[in-house]
Write a protein that binds this ligand. Sequence first.
Ligand SMILES: [Zn+2]
Length: 260
Amino acid sequence: MYLSKLKSGIKDFTSSVQRIPQCLPDSHCYLCQQPTQRLICEVCEQDCLFFNTPVLPDNLLLWPPIKKGLVSGRYTSVHACSYYQWPMDHLINQYKNGHPQLTQTLADWFVAYALPSDPFLPDCILPVPTSSWRFARRRYHQTLLLANAIGRRLSIPVHANWASRRSFQRKQQSLGRRERLNNLKRAFALSKDPLPSRVAILDDVVTTGATAAALSNMIYSAYPETSVALWALAITPAKADPGALVSGQIRQQRVLLQQY
Ligand SMILES: [Zn+2]
């Protein structure tokens, strides 16, 4: 009698323990650490600051403070979610350093906050190539993962091997503006695969725009008819303007209003 009660007690306990994970949230929010089913909870997403479009132009290159901070190249438009500042800097840093599970969330944010609701989409996405030593260190190519996730959302193909990055290059910091561009030009090689008429170069962060300028100039030399857009999660501002940003909650409300 006692033994059978003990056995049934153990059975109940075991089945309760097995059910615990189903009752608990899958993870904690990357920003506020509160338990949530999502990687970034809804409250944090609504509190995050994104570019205040359509008050700002959808094409950020038409907005002087952004244009002024970027090295000009053969790209004709720039789309990004926000400045490279909290929380985007934290999320992108995490994403690049061992947290590829953020791919889908960041891709969803790009589609929701960087692109207009009826975007004029490119024919393909070109992720900025990574060097083999960076790939060996990270064990994933974060920009390619991001491109694939955005491509799936928008039904656009991704050209993964459109260019390659040579491992050796001189350190950019010690070089002047023109030398930097030449150095970057030597750092990349275009593949022989033809490109369609509209492409989007995708990078995680655009700092000076020198990489995009070098790559878009190379594309222009090989395919003068191809128009190049620059897509990124975030832009490092020359001088951040807080008035350029608005909360995720307001951006979401604008989308809802457009639907009615
Ligand atoms: Zn949160």
